[in-house]
Design a protein around this ligand. Structure first.
Ligand SMILES: *Cc1c(COP(=O)(O)O)cnc(C)c1O
Length: 377
């Protein structure tokens, strides 16, 4: 083990370097085309992404948050409506609901997978509930059959937040068209990342795809004819071109992530850490590899890893209901102790297709030297 080894959390530049030729050519193609809004590059990516997701339609949008907002608005979600969301997620899941004027109703995580606990969803349904919004957090598919069954029995719609789930599979089927609409982010750090903001919505429903497209283009199908109060949220053609260059590599990059995950899980198995649990039906995207430690031990472990040259992150340190933006939600809905507990205990280890085997081994060796019995959560 080299004392000087540095392990970044995620090396975004390495993805560019690996595909520099293709990415440079893709950007030049857009510049040369003279077509800088929508056009063939965006249309081609939409077709290719729909195919990759096993969905009939993909609509490019400006970012992942907009993908969620436009998906909810396409279903008519608005003021007075409630949307069931995980209590443990990235804030964008909640913000999307709030941007529609609706109310996010949090449901606690399954303590094994950190995804929405499907056993707790029905208790959160009211006469105002319109949509269940599961998140495939860390790239682990949520239990979609259970969510879809509850939705069917209660007459609700399902929007999936797949911002971390590119290439993940649920019972052998790619994430992308199980629910009514699926929202994607291509933020640079995601498993399929642009070189700026980008997003998409996938669906099997032509009318919903059309509604997302119209809402994201000024509420207009025909130029200067505005049917609804829409927004400007279009996928940029340069981002579409970069995504097209990267898409053929998504599967092999996912495989490299899975190899690192397997290596971590084997190398850390004897330590008093809680490691990721993968349900039999899940084929994760391994966006993140997240372990759990005692809350009181986390800062010491982070510092010791940092001293060994290893970067870590916490996803996420403050749950949405504890944010100033959502002051009052927890008192209205009762406490959310599981969201608070995991926020205090989770720790994300370096993960990405350009992490080397040596770097992965260095993280394991360092943790073996750092973690003690009292760190068990
Ligand atoms: C990244 C992310 C989003 C938002 O995506 P942006 O493109 O940054 O707007 C939404 N939900 C989850 C779970 C995310 O990880």
């Amino acid at each position: 083990m080299s004392a000087a080894m540095v392990v970044p959390f995620l090396d975004l530049r390495a993805a560019y370097v690996e595909l520099q030729h293709e990415i440079d050519a893709a950007i030049r193609r857009v510049l040369d085309s003279g077509s800088y809004i929508l056009g063939e590059e965006v249309a081609a990516f939409e077709r290719e992404w729909a195919t990759a997701c096993g969905a009939a339609h993909a609509v490019g949008v400006a970012n992942g948050l907009d993908a969620l907002v436009l998906a909810l608005r396409a279903l008519g979600v608005g003021p007075g409506d409630e949307v069931i969301v995980p209590s443990h997620t990235f804030i964008a899941t909640w913000l999307a609901v709030s941007q529609c004027g609706a109310t996010p109703v949090p449901v606690e995580p399954d303590p094994m997978t950190y995804n929405i606990d499907v056993r707790r969803i029905e208790a959160a349904i009211t006469a105002r509930t319109r949509v269940i919004l599961p998140v495939h957090l860390y790239g682990q598919p949520a239990d979609l059959d259970a969510v879809l069954d509850i939705a069917r029995r209660h007459g609700l719609r399902v929007v999936e937040d797949a911002a971390q789930a590119h290439g993940a599979r649920y019972r052998g089927t790619p994430i992308g068209a199980h629910g009514d609409l699926v929202a994607w982010s291509f933020y640079p750090g995601k498993n399929l990342g642009a070189v700026g903001d980008a997003g998409a919505v996938t669906t099997n429903d032509a009318a919903l795809a059309d509604a997302v497209r119209t809402l994201g283009n000024y509420g207009s199908r025909v130029k200067y004819v505005n049917e609804v109060i829409g927004v400007n949220s279009r996928l940029d053609p340069i981002q579409a071109a970069v995504l097209r260059a990267k898409l053929p590599h998504l599967a092999s990059w996912r495989a490299r992530r899975a190899q690192h995950a397997a290596r971590y899980s084997a190398g850390l198995a004897e330590l008093p850490l809680v490691l990721p649990e993968v349900p039999a039906w899940a084929d994760p995207a391994w966006h993140l590899y997240v372990v759990r430690v005692a809350a009181g031990s986390r800062a010491r472990i982070v510092d010791a890893l940092h001293a060994a040259g290893i970067a870590t992150l916490i996803h996420y340190p403050i749950p949405p209901h504890r944010q100033a933006a959502y002051a009052g939600v927890s008192s209205a809905r009762g406490p959310l102790p599981l969201a608070e507990q995991v926020a205090g205990e989770l720790l994300s280890l370096p993960m990405g297709p350009h992490l080397t085997d040596e770097q992965c081994g260095h993280v394991i060796d360092a943790l073996v030297g750092i973690v003690r019995d009292e760190d068990r959560p």
